[in-house]
Design a protein around this ligand. Structure first.
Ligand code: MN
Length: 489
């Protein structure tokens, strides 16, 4: 993916000024590309000096499948009426970069030519007005282009844009419907596709069984050797481990063939399967696939999108499907134990995960193999997406993950603990009041700001629960958001 860098100007100042505008823009783009602080490359487009040229480059951005978004910057003044049609048509993420070619004013040399050439200070204000006037979703980043802080702002924009663009091609395969009678994992798949691009379609579990039968034993044996190098084999039930690897290979092949990057399973729909895909889901999540249990396609797609954003951010830690399982309510030491029946991504593991086989006690199938591990210490977020009826709400709960505070020798699944912010009880009250789901994506790699940028680009509600947030403030925010949504804002 690449991003278009579009410098705005006009033809009022003569050829020489425009030559310098192009030269300086080239220097900025080359400088930013060489700095290697941005996850994606910039491509310099011709200086935008007319309405027709602007419209043309916006349409090019829209139709270029490799274009992740545009970055505009006004080197000189660029009358914003020229930008109306182009910006109106633009359908890609949009960052308005407010920078200047020179860092300092050349005190001894500054003259009127310099003033005409370097007008970002007010040229970018004229440009910003039009984005605001058009109510165009966009981001604004101010700073000198050579500064690390400025480059980080551009990188953050690109990461959110990567999530948006991933969504537009995201296909999620459902093996089984949502768990019977469960409410929060339901949702309007058409609304999700309109807003986020996510395509969610179902396949029969029998289709997966057929695919598994076609996997050659040799492929399973090779996968077994690779997995045993990466993880510690702590079971004699090799047949079940290989069963999970057969599921992994079949699912991976199916998803590659059909350009699918997220999937869901359901323990109520396992006809023909030996066991619930446990380790298979974990291995595929570690490869970057989205996953949701019990038919939870919203969390599956969100896992995939957040993994793509995290990869662009290049931050350490992991991103996984997660559920708050049970609490430690000891006064002063309140913590959440996060786990799932099986399916937690080993990207959050602090140490080498163990391969174990234990009975599940649900679903009525054979004991499934799973990776068992604990997570390390990190700042993190839990992100949930709920369907409020007619619109989607994203809730971002800020947390600190910690390794389990006590040894749990009988816990047969991967686990982490965390302390929610501002404190566990207030956080739980606010999360539950907002309608947050028991399923979410835990990420040690992304922050609320990352998710808010993403939500703004796709036009969905995003609320934060964390330090400094009170129930009173949250209720106000939810009320304003509700009113805004009813007004169609
Ligand atoms: Mn669950």
């Amino acid at each position: 993916m690449k991003f278009y860098f579009i410098t705005g100007a006009q033809d009022l100042y003569g050829e020489e000024t425009l030559r310098l505008v192009a030269k300086n823009s080239r220097a900025i783009v080359n400088g930013l590309n060489k700095a290697e602080t941005l996850p994606f490359k910039l491509e310099l487009k011709n200086t935008a000096i007319s309405d027709s040229a602007i419209t043309e480059v916006m349409l090019e951005a829209n139709s270029d499948p490799d274009c992740g978004g545009i970055i505009t910057w006004m080197h000189t003044f660029s009358p914003a009426k020229m930008w109306i049609e182009g910006l109106r048509l633009l359908d890609k993420p949009y960052l308005h970069l407010h920078t200047q070619f020179n860092r300092e004013i050349p005190w001894d040399e500054i003259d009127m030519d310099f003033m005409n050439l370097n007008q970002s200070a007010h040229g970018d204000r004229e440009h910003g007005f039009m984005a605001a006037r058009l109510r165009k979703p966009h981001a604004v980043a101010a700073g000198y282009w050579k500064d690390a802080e400025t480059q980080e702002k551009i990188a953050d924009f690109m990461a959110a844009a990567a999530g948006v663009m991933e969504g537009r091609k995201l296909r999620c395969a459902r093996f089984g419907d949502n768990m019977r009678n469960v409410a929060v994992t339901e949702g309007d798949k058409i609304e999700a596709q309109i807003k986020l691009g996510w395509q969610v379609n179902s396949w029969g579990i029998g289709d997966l069984c057929d695919m598994m039968r076609e996997v050659p034993d040799k492929a399973v044996d090779a996968e077994f050797e690779a997995v045993c190098e990466k993880y510690e084999l702590c079971t004699d039930d090799i047949s079940e481990v290989k069963n999970q690897l057969r599921i992994t290979i079949a699912l991976r092949g199916f998803m590659k063939e059909n350009k699918i990057s997220a999937f869901v399973t359901g323990f109520q729909d396992l006809h023909g399967m030996k066991s619930l895909p446990g380790m298979a889901s974990q291995l595929l999540m570690a490869e970057g696939y989205g996953f949701g249990a019990e038919g939870d396609w919203k969390t599956s797609c969100l896992t995939r999108v957040m993994k793509v954003m995290a990869e662009a951010k290049k931050t350490p830690g992991g991103t996984t499907f997660m559920e708050d399982y049970t609490y430690n309510l000891k006064k002063g030491d309140e913590t959440v134990l996060g786990a799932h029946m099986l399916e937690v991504c080993p990207s959050i593991a602090a140490d080498k995960p163990k391969i174990e086989v234990h009975p599940l006690g649900i679903g009525g199938k054979e004991p499934p193999a799973r990776l068992v591990f604990e997570s390390g210490e990190s700042e993190a977020i839990n992100v949930t997406l709920v369907d409020m009826g007619g619109r989607l709400r994203m809730i971002v709960q800020e947390i600190s993950t910690i390794p389990p505070i006590h040894h749990m020798p009988n816990l047969p699944v991967a686990a982490t603990m965390w302390r929610p912010k501002p404190d566990m009880l207030s956080a739980s009250e606010m999360y539950i009041y907002s309608g947050g789901a028991h399923h979410f994506v835990l990420s040690q790699q992304l922050t609320y700001a990352d998710m808010a940028r993403f939500a703004e680009m796709v036009g969905i509600e995003c609320v934060r629960i964390g330090d400094g947030v009170t129930m009173e403030a949250l209720k106000q925010t939810l009320l304003i958001n509700e009113v805004a949504s009813r007004l169609g804002i």
